[in-house]
Design a binder for this molecule. Structure first.
Ligand SMILES: CC/C=C\C/C=C\C[C@@H](O)/C=C/C=C/C=C\[C@@H](O)CCCC(=O)O
Ligand SMILES: [Zn+2]
Length: 685
């Protein structure tokens, strides 16, 4: 056999059984690369095919040991710095997932079939995003034929994953192209969490759920993991028959142990979601249910009983609700966020179960995403404020319509207290991330995530609303903007264009030149202009924070002002303001105890209250209460709560060793994103 032929066989073999990133122009070079790659990156395993084919001497199959590139990541794609995909050349139109849920192996096994729209003639390859995915085969499906195609997976770039290259036959034409990829996920897939029965409320059955935002869908399926691309999907999921499978889609058909889903509205990959567990539901409205484990489902139905009203209020404001169903799934406590706007099925943290509906505004937020984010979507996560700033803006309007204008303004002002805290702590060493539009060239979205897009973004919109004449003028614009960009992915400039287009005539156009876009979009820190809000509710919390920070315990005990009745939202804001006060007179055990007694904090079930109280306990350095602090940090892994607690503990030398020890003992129960960020907070990375 000629050397060239041998090399060709090597290459074919290597392509089939091994995955790596190299070019194949020169067969000799290819052979060298193959060898280097195989020896360097693969665990040797004997494979009999080799000797039968007479190729070389021994061994080698699969088991890649990827080298994670620690270097700066750069911009992976032209449209999206966090994705290898090339939406300017090819886009996904529809995907079919065929998954078997393997609880024993903690992985999904099966395939994804993508229908692409090829936008350029002679496209040579398709680039997809993957992360720790074990690809088994890639097949082109054309005219009833199945043609195997070559594929390579690159080394991993830290926090970003890998590039999957699918080689296309020469002369591939524009238009529809179907590809199936057989694969399985890794048991460390960053988007998936697998709970054993002991970790559930019912203690009898396992549970699995996903969290794909921002760029973790690539650990569940090979895909164009960029919000620039939207596709419809169908899924056939095989799972233990005693469990219920739910997805961010409508259920088409259910048989014993198999559920078929359909999402007919195009969505970005980060909105693909799945959860499987022993779940039951209760109705919340005509097209709305709440799902949870049996033990808490009734409490959930009560807590979220305003969902149907919120939905109606949101569609009055934003336009028709296109997703048909709006269900809630109350997650296990390790769910890392307050809520996730998965279409048809919002995921929410159980830390919202305060018993008095006081934290249900998170549901209003997720409902608002049905338009802002899910219909009109940021093109990449540098423009995340288009998703979150608009959503907070709409959420506060829903709250305003349901609870009154004073509550709306109070909420906006309270958000600014949280923003201040975020700038002082989380972003103190990375102030560039406090810009409204951020640069994600060398930064993973999880590391850039903060309150800024939420609260600076919504403040900007409120500023614009006031400038253009208030809600009666701005809300019709909002509806127009949502209609104009529905089903699309956009950047900040597209929003600007819509605003200019809408207000191009009449006296409003003079207002356009007043907007300092540069200042709003690129300046660091707090919003450059704070709009005028109604301050009647916030004045009370400001006053309380002042009293508690300037007066001693002895002075406070008989002070009538501290005993005035305040709402739960005022209590939360007041505690937040106290945390933000630089000097607190006599912050000691006695003051904390007086605070607890005055506002009955010890018995509070409200996680926002407990979180802020715990931060004050840390601030007071009450080491005898460390167990309580750790208990709170272990009670849920919502990052909004556990990250600041770990950060505070890390800055308290006496408590840090216990915090680190505790984190290391529980991190296996956390999602990857939570582990990754807390490791940074604790200075372990
Ligand atoms: C400028 C920031 C750039 C990119 C960040 C995008 C996504 C980051 C990622 O870590 C995922 C975020 C998911 C958020 C889901 C829900 C939030 O609205 C929850 C907010 C916090 C909470 O209430 O717990
Ligand atoms: Zn949101």
């Amino acid at each position: 056999m000629s050397v060239a032929k041998r090399v060709q066989q090597w290459a074919t073999f290597a392509r089939t059984w091994h995955i790596y990133d190299c070019t194949w122009q020169n067969p000799f070079e290819s052979a060298r690369l193959v060898k280097t790659h195989l020896m360097g990156l693969h665990k040797p395993i004997y494979h009999p095919m080799i000797s039968r084919r007479g190729l070389s001497t021994t061994l080698l199959k699969t088991q890649p040991i990827y080298q994670v590139q620690k270097r700066k990541m750069g911009r992976l794609g032209t449209v999206d710095p966090s994705s290898y995909s090339q939406p300017e050349l090819i886009t996904t139109e529809h995907s079919f997932f065929n998954w078997k849920v393997d609880f024993e192996g903690t992985k999904l096994q099966g395939s994804v079939q993508h229908r692409f729209n090829v936008l350029a003639n002679n496209l040579e390859k398709i680039l997809l995003d993957v992360r720790d995915i074990n690809v088994k085969n890639a097949t082109l499906l054309a005219g009833g034929n199945e043609v195997p195609i070559n594929y390579f997976i690159s080394d991993a770039v830290e926090d970003m994953g890998q590039k999957l290259t699918l080689e296309l036959p020469a002369g591939t034409a524009k238009g529809s192209l179907n590809v199936r990829i057989d694969y399985e996920t890794s048991n460390s897939a960053s988007a998936l969490q697998w709970l054993n029965p002991a970790q559930t409320l019912g203690k009898e059955h396992p549970y699995m759920f996903s969290q794909c935002q921002a760029i973790h869908a690539r650990s569940v399926l090979p895909c164009q993991d960029t919000p620039a691309v939207k596709f419809t999907y169908e899924a056939e999921v095989e799972h233990p028959k005693e469990l219920t499978a739910l997805m961010s889609a409508l259920i088409e058909k259910k048989t014993e142990g198999k559920t078929h889903f359909k999402q007919e509205v195009p969505i970005p990959a980060y909105l693909v979601a799945i959860a499987i567990g022993k779940l039951v539901s209760r109705p919340l409205g005509p097209n709305s249910n709440v799902w949870a484990e049996e033990a808490i489902v009734d409490a959930c139905a009560e807590e979220f009983s305003e969902t149907a009203t919120m939905l109606k209020t949101a569609s009055d404001l934003c336009g028709p609700y296109v997703w048909k169903q709006y269900d809630l799934l109350v997650m296990p406590p390790s769910f890392p966020f307050g809520g996730m706007e998965n279409p048809c099925l919002t995921f929410v943290t159980p830390t919202l179960l305060a018993g008095d509906k006081s934290l249900a505004d998170v549901v209003a937020h997720e409902i608002a995403h049905s338009w802002t984010g899910n219909l009109v979507t940021n093109k990449n996560f540098e423009h995340f404020w288009l998703n979150e700033g608009f959503t907070v803006f709409v959420e506060s309007k829903i709250v305003g319509r349901m609870q009154g204008a004073k509550e709306l303004d109070f909420k906006m002002l309270s958000n600014l207290t949280d923003l201040q805290e975020c700038l002082r702590t989380q972003l103190s060493t990375t102030p560039e991330l406090s810009k409204l539009v951020v640069d994600l060239t060398n930064c993973g979205p999880d590391d850039a995530f903060s309150s800024v897009p939420y609260f600076k973004g919504s403040t900007f919109l409120r500023y614009l609303e006031d400038l253009f004449g208030g809600p009666s003028v701005f809300e019709p614009f909002l509806r127009d903007y949502l209609k104009k960009y529905a089903y699309k992915s956009i950047e900040t400039n597209d929003f600007k264009e819509a605003l200019y287009e809408y207000f191009k005539d009449g006296h409003k156009k003079d207002k356009l030149i007043e907007v300092d876009w540069q200042l709003w979009l690129t300046s660091e820190g707090m919003p450059p202009i704070i709009p005028k809000f109604d301050e009647s509710l916030v004045n009370v919390t400001k006053n309380l924070a002042k009293l508690w920070s300037t007066k001693s315990v002895a002075e406070l005990v008989d002070n009538a002002e501290i005993k005035q009745k305040i709402s739960i939202h005022q209590l939360i804001d007041f505690l937040g303001k106290l945390i933000e006060t630089t000097d607190i007179v006599d912050l000691n055990e006695a003051k904390i105890e007086l605070l607890e007694k005055t506002y009955n904090l010890q018995n509070s079930k409200n996680a926002e209250v407990r979180f802020r109280l715990n931060r004050l306990i840390i601030r007071a350095r009450l080491i005898n209460r460390l167990d309580e602090l750790i208990e709170f940090a272990n009670s849920n892994f919502r990052m909004k709560f556990c990250r600041p607690i770990y950060r505070d503990l890390a800055a308290w030398p006496e408590a840090k060793p216990a915090a680190v020890k505790n984190f290391l003992s529980v991190k296996d129960q956390m999602m990857a994103v939570c582990v990754h960020t807390i490791e940074k907070d604790l200075g372990l990375k």
